[in-house]
Design a protein around this ligand. Structure first.
Ligand code: FAD
Length: 324
């Protein structure tokens, strides 16, 4: 972190043009776009990118199958090559500064930084079904997204553990395109006649009853247990509740938005939030965004934040011209 920008609470730090909270696909792409616009940018990242439990990221054009950690390392190096600075750590608080025009951001180590604009690229937390074995194999033998890892389990036996009827049917039908056999484990969820008929006609079986555990071998899933009986599978599919990290947005005066699949930061199509000067990109604002979509949103928000700062620069220059 630059010495001019990092300071103790008693000092007034020189502001960065932009502080980006979160260094996943969205935050890094925004950082590159802003760095290439010669903006002073600080990225503060807690290192909890959502797909780190997986070995590979798929549907990433030009980098198909890249390891998620490599993508972050390479994206960070690209941003650094344009002068972007990084801090490994977490932002504990953020608020509007005394002037009302900028922001003060508290970092976990007690230092504070100032920013003209803030981008919240804080991603989301996947709340997993509370079933033994699910967390252990999450991202390897336990999956959620047919576009991320469906191809890797093609021709295999897949068990979909239901948490809500429409979503379980949706996942089962998508995975059935790829799998040798898909079975839905109802786990207390009721399916109506239409849903049962859809599953039936696609030869997707339903096992009623509560799932007591997923049997795993390391990070691979081997079987789903219902009523003491083991059903062998090669992979398990679950739906997670996707809860965006909205705490900082709320601290800044924003209101997060409930979504049928979780919670998110509401924003317009360019990433502007309801709080002036606060922008967002990636899973924080779009629960369904995959890596390429999150990165695309990051580039876009970077461009729009740069344009917003240019508008500020023009206003200030005109005010100076009027004065002198
Ligand atoms: C198991 C799994 C596998 C996946 N596989 C694929 C795949 O193959 N292909 C694909 O396209 N998509 C995949 N995805 C989706 C992919 O993970 C997301 O699209 C992507 O991570 C979204 O990027 P993001 O930048 O919005 O958030 P993230 O990558 O999650 O990054 C958010 C970052 O913000 C940081 N952060 C949050 N709060 C703070 C704070 N207060 N202070 C500092 N830092 C903070 C976090 O530590 C984290 O590093 C997968 C998801 C999962 C769960």
């Amino acid at each position: 972190m630059s010495q001019t920008a990092k300071s103790t609470p008693e000092e007034t730090p020189a502001p960065y043009d932009v502080v980006i909270v979160g260094g996943g696909a969205a935050g890094l792409a925004a950082a590159v776009a802003l760095g290439r616009s010669l903006r002073s940018v600080l990225v503060i990242d807690g290192g909890a990118q959502r797909n780190l439990p997986s070995d590979a990221a798929h549907n990433v054009l030009g980098r198909e199958g890249i390891a998620p950690g490599d993508l972050v390392r390479e994206g960070r190096a690209e941003a650094e090559s344009y002068g972007v600075e990084f801090v490994d750590g977490t932002v504990s608080d953020a608020r509007r500064d005394a002037s009302g025009a900028g922001f003060t951001v508290d970092v976990h180590d007690g230092s504070i930084v100032a920013a003209r604009r803030v981008i919240l690229a804080t991603g989301l937390v996947d709340v997993l079904p509370d079933i033994e074995g699910v967390r252990q194999a999450w991202g390897q033998g336990v999956l959620h997204c047919p576009y991320c890892h469906g191809y890797e389990v093609r021709g295999r036996r897949i068990g979909v553990i239901a948490t809500a009827a429409p979503l379980a049917v949706h996942q089962a039908l998508l995975f059935a395109r790829l799998a040798d056999r898909v079975t839905v484990f109802a786990n207390g969820v009721d399916f109506d006649d239409e849903q049962r008929a859809d599953l039936d006609v696609m030869e997707i079986g339903v096992v009623d009853g509560a799932v007591s555990r997923v049997h795993v071998d390391g990070r691979e899933a081997r079987a789903i247990e219902v009523g003491g009986e083991r059903h062998d599978v090669d992979a398990v599919v679950v739906a997670t509740r996707m809860v965006a990290r909205t705490e900082l947005y709320e601290r800044l005066g924003g209101q997060s938005q409930e979504h049928p699949m979780g919670r998110m930061i509401p924003a317009d199509e360019n990433g502007a939030t309801q709080v002036a000067g606060v922008w967002t990109a990636g899973n924080a604002a779009d629960l369904a965004a995959m890596v390429a979509v999150a990165a695309g949103a990051g580039v876009k928000v970077g461009a729009f934040v740069n344009a917003d700062l240019v508008a500020d620069d023009v206003r200030e220059a005109r005010a100076r011209a009027r004065e002198g």
